[in-house]
Design a protein around this ligand. Structure first.
Ligand SMILES: O=CC(=O)O
Length: 351
């Protein structure tokens, strides 16, 4: 089933025995094919041996056992957010490993402390996916407030009868309060995009560990998380997932929200306690939910969450534009190549 284990040694003809020569080159393990331009960039690197796992149609992530097997003795790993980088993997990889480069802005799948202990650098891809993820956050806000999923289902299932003044009424964003959880790059870009929709009488509030000076440029006000969840009509989760934010949206929090609140999550599924979300939905809470991220991913098509018409789920495609994925891929390649050469990574997670 798998065409796994592609071994690509970037040798010019005439360099003698490929096997002997290639074994002297630093090895980079790539866990999934990159967008075409980024793939070429890595394949054209002259000073590495590229070891790549490939699945048919790119639909499956590298199985854990395969990952452990292929990571042995490598100098660099270029991975996705779907691969767990933990002590087991790092032990198996061994002392040659200098750099892990994840093709993602989030790195909650990486045990940063274990990397630090071993002086392994972590590269990531910040900045370049801000617009794409902010776009999809707005897309979900609009889709949920305007009941897009139900509308599409009605058309497809022959339930579209006649124009009616009272059918499929959504909610207008005008004059509403938007709460952004985490006003980093993506949170700010989302707020900026939503501002014209709420008009002069709408409000943007945000919660964050620190005051964000840029917020004043769009009139956004910093508030306590508690205030945000009580006062917002629309809440966009735009923060990173860490010990502090994991399952911060749970039953207790849901009960404090407005009963018709719209909740959108384009960050990480784990920030929402999903069983609590289902429980709250079955108790009639929420105006609607929009999720680009879930627990687990992929979400089982029979997951109870999908039984609620007001829940719209899309398959973690926030950064999925060719432009953005190519920029992410190129940065991930630069990170891994500079890392194995012992140079400073262009985009390194600071320790
Ligand atoms: O979710 C996507 C990313 O972290 O890049």
């Amino acid at each position: 089933m798998f065409r796994n284990c592609l071994k690509l040694s970037n040798l010019k003809p005439g360099f003698g025995s490929r096997k002997i020569y290639s074994s002297m080159l630093p090895k980079v393990l790539l866990t999934k094919s990159l967008p075409p331009d980024s793939q070429k960039l890595l394949e054209n690197a002259k000073d590495i041996e590229l070891i790549q796992w490939k699945s048919d149609g790119e639909v499956q992530s590298i199985p854990r056992e395969k990952f452990l097997e292929m990571a042995k003795g490598v100098d660099g790993i270029l991975c996705m957010l779907t691969e767990k980088i933990d002590s087991e993997l790092l032990d198996v990889a061994g002392p040659n490993l200098k750099v892990v480069s994840t093709m993602s802005v989030g790195y909650d799948h990486v045990d940063l402390n274990e990397l630090r202990k071993r002086s392994i650098s972590l590269g990531y891809t910040p900045g370049v996916l801000t617009d794409a993820v902010a776009d999809i956050t707005v897309l979900l806000v609009l889709a949920v407030t305007r009941r897009m999923r139900e509308g599409i289902q009605a058309v497809e299932n022959g339930k579209w009868r006649i124009w009616s003044p009272t059918w499929l009424l959504g909610t207008q964003l005008t004059n509403k309060t938007i709460g952004i959880v985490g006003l980093g790059r993506i949170g700010f870009a989302t707020a900026l995009r939503l501002k014209p929709f709420i008009g002069n009488n709408g409000k943007i509030i945000y919660s964050s560990r620190v005051e964000k000076p840029i917020a004043s440029s769009i009139g956004a006000t910093k508030v306590e998380f508690e205030f945000l969840i009580r006062k917002s009509d629309v809440i966009c989760i735009c923060c990173a997932m860490n010990e502090e934010t994991k399952e911060m949206f749970n039953y207790e929090v849901f009960k404090k929200m407005k009963s018709n609140v719209i909740l959108v999550n384009t960050a990480r599924g784990g920030i929402i306690h999903q069983d609590d979300l289902c429980r709250s939905l079955s108790e009639g809470l929420f105006g609607g939910i929009g999720l680009d991220v879930t627990t687990p991913e992929p979400l089982n098509p029979n997951d109870p969450l999908l039984k609620f018409d007001k829940v719209t789920v899309i398959p973690h495609i926030g950064s999925a534009t060719l432009e953005t994925r190519t920029m992410m891929g190129n940065i991930a390649v630069e990170n891994v190549l500079t890392g194995i050469r012992g140079e400073a990574l262009p985009h390194r997670v600071d320790d």
